[in-house]
Design a protein around this ligand. Structure first.
Ligand code: SAH
Length: 307
């Protein structure tokens, strides 16, 4: 995804720059990453990613700082080891997620292989590293393992012809994955409240393998307050929320089909990825999948003001 245009300042007043390794590492634990595994099935664990404490305690002098953090420095080589061993291709990223047991479904692997994540991250960002990355406007693209986890959890509700809603769609990456899973007879709807991010996500999708689905109308990306859902194409078989809500929004439960499933991070400092299943009688069953850290599902003003 291209960086926001030069004339578009970020909420913080700075312009977007590709994040240096330290920022990436801080972001890895700060946003959109799984923080503690409480999954029911034991998975082989990926290499440790939460290395920010080291960075925090590491206060080198300015010359040694340069040596540590410059491109190909010892630190950036170590960062590559920790966060993906220098994975430089989309296929390599998918294979790594399969090796760690995060991707188990063939269909999820196929879709993630077809949709190059490199088309969705800001220019210059290490696209295939398993880490969330800033995309401007105090938002991030979630880490590949979180995208894969959500696709796995929703796979049965993303069959051809089904309807999927992606709230807080950011770069549009996951919406594009949903669209590829439900196909031309289905519908994938994105709702994002920052208009500039929606405009960027349209461009990202247009360059990707999901472009024909956008053109045909099976995939649509909208500016709106995701807490209200998108009633026009409800009820949905699958709902994904990419930002942490203080509680499960009623409007989203209402827009879930009986038999439908919603995956939503809930909480403030401590957040759980909740799986909400709507039963055939309209009641819901909820379980916690894992602990996570996402940006809040909030108002546009609160987000642009830095929360
Ligand atoms: N899943 C996306 C982005 C995750 S970041 C990706 O991986 O690319 C969370 C996103 O939620 C941000 O883009 C943020 O702008 C958006 N967001 C936060 N509150 C929202 C709200 N009330 N309505 C719609 N979008 C919201």
């Amino acid at each position: 995804m291209p960086a926001p245009p030069a004339a578009t300042p970020l909420a913080s007043g700075s312009r977007y720059r590709a994040p240096p390794p330290l920022k990436l590492l801080a972001a890895a634990i700060a946003v959109g990453a799984r923080t503690r595994s409480v999954r029911r099935r034991r998975l082989p664990s990926p290499p440790p990613r939460s290395v920010a404490p080291l960075a925090l305690f590491c206060r080198p002098s300015s010359s040694s700082f340069h040596r540590l953090f410059a491109r190909n420095s010892l630190f950036s080589q170590m960062e590559r080891y920790w966060t993906g061993r220098g994975i430089s291709s989309n296929k390599g990223m998918v294979e790594q997620l399969q090796n760690y047991g995060i991707i188990r479904s063939k269909k999820v692997a196929e879709v993630m292989e077809k949709l190059d994540r490199g088309l969705f991250v800001p220019e210059g960002a290490p696209a295939y590293v398993d880490s969330p990355m800033p995309i401007g406007y105090n938002a991030t693209i979630s880490a590949p393992h979180m995208h894969a986890t959500c696709l796995e959890l929703l796979e049965k509700n993303l069959q051809p012809g089904m309807h999927a809603l992606d709230i807080g769609s950011g770069t549009g990456y996951l919406t594009a994955c949903f669209a590829m899973m439900v196909g031309p007879q289905g519908r994938a709807v994105a709702v994002e409240h920052i208009p500039e991010l929606v405009a960027n996500s349209v461009k990202n999708v247009q360059r990707s393998a999901a472009a024909p689905l956008l053109k045909e109308g099976a995939l649509s990306l909208h500016v709106g307050d995701g807490r209200l859902g998108w009633p026009e194409h409800a009820p949905y078989d699958a709902i994904h929320v990419g930002a942490a809500a203080p509680e499960i929004p009623k409007a989203l439960v209402d827009q879930l089909k009986p038999g439908g499933r919603m995956v939503i991070p809930v909480g403030n400092i401590f957040q759980d990825l909740k799986v909400v299943d709507k039963n055939s009688d309209g009641s819901i069953s909820v379980h916690d999948e894992t602990s996570v850290r996402y940006v809040p599902l909030t108002s546009r003003d609160a987000q642009l003001g830095g929360f």
